[in-house]
Design a protein around this ligand. Structure first.
Ligand SMILES: *[C@@H]1O[C@H](CO)[C@@H](O)[C@H](O)[C@H]1NC(C)=O
Ligand SMILES: *[C@@H]1O[C@H](CO)[C@@H](O)[C@H](O)[C@H]1NC(C)=O
Length: 523
C-alpha cells in the first residue's frame, strides 16, 4: 500500500485533487468578504444535510464557471458558525442568499439547485434589470437564456422605457430583459415601436406581443410565453407550476414514445386552454410516487388535473382507457365545472378511543373545525421519523386533556395522516402542528416551539381560546428535583436539535423533487 502522502501527491499531479472555487467562510471572515466582493452567493449548510450534499458538486461547478465573471460562491458550516447563521435567520438547510456588497438586505436565492441554473441566476443578478442592446449584441442576447424578453422603443420614448423597466425589475430573477432604441432592429424584428418580443428555447421560438404597451399586460404576456404549451413537471419546473395560479394537468408517461404521443396529441387542447390550464408531462418512472398526491394509483399512463390554488384534485378514472379523445372530453368537462374534486380519505373511525383523536378527510370539519373547542392537530406522514419520535409524547399530551372531563370539553389533541387524507391546509413538511382555537377556526396558529409535553401545554394555555392550563405540578422532593435537573438539559438539547432538523426537513421537502425521491411522497 502506498503511504497516504504519496497517494495525495499522485492525485494532485494527476489533477484529481483541485482547490475548490467555493470559499469556506467563518464568523470572522464573512463580513469582510461580502464587503470586498460585489456579488456573492452564500450557502448556509450543515454537514449532515442530504440536500446540501447533493448540491455540493453543482455548487462547485457553478463556482468555477462564475469565478471568471467576478461572481463569488461561498459556504458557511452552521454547525460551527451558529452565531453567524442565526444572525442571517437560517432556519433550514441549505439556505442560499445573494449578497450585493453588503451584509444588509440579502435576497433569497430562488433558482434551482443545479449548476447551470445557479450560473444563469447569478449572471442575471449581475446584469442591470434591462440590458441595453445594439445590433452587435442583440442576436447573442436572444438565445442567452430559456426566456428572453426584448423591448423595442424609440430613443426619446421615456415612457415606454420606464414601463418596461417596471416590468423587468420584479421578474429579473426569472427571465432575461433587454431593450433597444435602434429603429433598424425594430424593423428587422417586424415590430412597430414600442413593441415587445419574447425569444425562447421551446415551442415557437419567437412570440410577438400585440397588445398595448402597458406594464400589467406585458407582464402577463411574458409569464404566459414562458410556459411551454406542454411542459414537463420536474425538479426544475415544479415550483413554477405550483405558483402559476392555474390548474395543472399532469400526464404521467413512461418512456419517450408515450411522452411524444401525448404531447403531440394534446397540443391543440393545450393551445385552446392556454392561460387557463397548464399542461405538462411527468416522468412516471422517476416521479410516479407523486400520483398518490393526485389520488391516482401508480398505473401508467395516467392523467389528473390539480387545482393549484385550492389544492383540489381531479384524477381521470383509471378504469377507463386514456386516449387523446377521452382526455379532451375530461378537460372540457373540467373547464365547464362539471367535475367534482376527488377527496382522499381513510375510513372515518366509528369512535374516538385514544387520547389523541384520529382525524381523516371525512371527519375533518367535525373535529378540527368544532367552534367549541381548541383543537391541536398534528399533520403527519406514516413514514416520517420525526413524527414517530414525537408519538409517545403526543399521546402523553393527549391524556392530560382526555382524562380530565373538565379539560376534555374544551381541548382536543388530534392527528391526521396528511399523505392518506386530503386536508385544506398547506402542509410543507412533517410533522406540521397547528392549533385551531375555538371561535377562530379560520386563523390557525402554527406551532413552532420545542417538542416537550410542557412546551405544548404552555402553547395551548397561551394561544387557545379557553386558556386551559393542564400543566402538571412539580413535586419538590429533593431527590426527584435533582433527577429532573439531570434530565432536563439533554432533553432540552434534543428538542432543539429536532426543531432545527425539522425545519431543515421542511425546507428540503418543500423545494424540490429530489425530496420526493427521498421521501417517496412529495414532489
Ligand atoms: C432607458 O433609459 C435608461 C435611463 O435613462 C437609459 O440608460 C437607457 O439607455 C434607455 N434604454 C434604451 C433602450 O434606450
Ligand atoms: C403562542 O403563539 C405565538 C404565535 O405563534 C408564539 O409566538 C408563542 O410562542 C405561543 N406561546 C407559547 C407559550 O408557545
Amino acid at each position: 500500500m502506498l503511504p497516504k502522502q504519496v497517494l495525495i501527491s499522485l492525485m494532485v499531479a494527476a489533477g484529481v485533487v483541485s482547490a475548490s472555487d467555493v470559499h469556506q467562510l467563518k464568523e470572522d471572515s464573512f463580513d469582510d468578504f461580502i464587503a470586498k466582493n460585489p456579488l456573492v452567493l452564500a450557502e448556509f449548510y450543515a454537514p449532515w444535510c442530504g440536500h446540501c450534499k447533493a448540491l455540493a458538486p453543482e455548487y462547485e461547478t457553478a463556482a468555477t464557471e462564475l469565478k471568471a465573471k467576478g461572481i463569488s460562491l461561498v459556504k458557511v458550516d452552521c454547525t460551527e458558525e451558529s452565531g453567524l447563521c442565526q444572525k442571517h435567520g437560517v432556519e433550514g438547510y441549505p439556505t442560499l442568499k445573494v449578497f450585493k456588497g453588503t451584509t444588509d438586505n440579502p435576497s433569497a436565492y430562488s433558482g434551482q439547485r443545479k449548476a447551470d441554473a445557479i450560473v444563469s441566476y447569478m449572471v442575471k443578478q449581475s446584469l442591470p434589470a434591462v440590458s441595453v442592446l445594439t445590433k452587435d449584441t442583440l442576436e447573442e442576447f436572444k438565445t442567452a437564456d430559456q426566456v428572453v424578453v426584448v423591448a423595442y422603443f424609440k430613443a426619446d420614448d421615456k415612457k415606454s422605457n420606464e414601463t418596461f423597466a417596471a416590468v423587468a425589475e420584479p421578474l429579473r430573477d426569472n427571465y432575461l430583459f433587454g431593450a433597444t432604441s435602434d429603429p433598424a432592429l425594430a424593423e428587422a424584428a417586424g415590430v412597430t415601436a414600442p413593441g415587445v418580443v419574447v425569444y425562447r428555447k421551446f415551442d415557437e421560438p419567437v412570440v410577438v406581443y400585440d397588445g398595448a404597451f402597458e406594464a400589467d399586460a406585458i407582464t402577463a404576456f411574458a409569464k404566459t410565453s414562458a410556459v411551454p404549451l406542454i411542459g414537463e413537471v420536474g425538479p426544475e419546473t415544479y415550483s413554477g407550476y405550483m405558483s402559476a395560479g392555474l390548474p395543472l394537468a399532469y400526464i404521467f408517461v413512461e418512456g419517450a414514445d408515450d411522452k411524444a404521443k401525448y404531447s403531440d396529441g394534446l397540443k391543440e387542447l393545450a393551445k385552446k386552454h392556454k392561460g387557463k390550464i397548464n399542461f405538462a408531462t411527468i416522468d412516471a418512472v422517476a416521479f410516479g410516487a407523486h400520483a398518490q398526491n393526485l389520488n391516482l394509483e401508480q398505473k401508467w399512463p395516467a392523467f389528473a388535473i390539480q387545482e393549484t390554488v385550492k389544492n383540489t384534485k381531479f384524477p381521470f378514472d383509471q378504469t377507463k382507457e386514456l386516449t387523446i379523445e377521452s382526455i379532451t372530453s375530461f378537460v372540457e368537462d373540467f373547464a365547464a365545472g362539471k367535475i367534482e374534486p376527488s377527496i382522499k380519505s381513510e375510513p372515518k373511525p366509528e369512535k374516538q378511543e385514544g387520547p389523541v383523536h384520529v382525524v381523516v378527510a371525512h371527519n375533518y370539519n367535525e373535529i378540527v373545525l368544532d367552534e367549541e373547542k381548541d383543537v391541536l392537530v398534528e399533520f403527519y406522514a406514516h413514514w416520517c421519523g420525526h413524527c414517530k419520535a414525537l408519538a409517545p409524547k403526543y399521546e402523553e399530551l393527549g391524556k392530560l386533556y382526555f382524562d380530565n372531563p373538565e379539560f376534555a370539553k374544551k381541548v382536543v389533541i388530534a392527528k391526521v395522516d396528511a399523505t392518506l387524507n386530503d386536508v385544506p391546509d398547506e402542509i410543507q413538511g412533517f410533522p406540521t402542528i397547528k392549533l385551531f382555537p375555538a371561535g377562530k377556526k379560520s386563523t390557525p396558529i402554527d406551532y413552532q416551539g420545542g417538542r416537550t409535553v410542557e412546551d405544548f401545554v404552555k402553547f395551548i394555555k397561551e394561544n387557545g381560546s379557553h386558556h386551559v392550563d393542564a400543566s402538571v405540578e412539580k413535586k419538590d422532593e429533593p431527590a426527584a428535583s435533582a433527577e429532573t435537573l439531570g434530565e432536563a438539559a439533554p432533553a432540552a438539547t434534543d428538542a432543539a436539535e429536532e426543531t432545527a432538523s425539522k425545519s431543515a426537513e421542511k425546507k428540503e421537502s418543500s423545494t424540490s423533487t429530489e425530496a420526493a425521491a427521498e421521501t417517496h411522497d412529495e414532489l
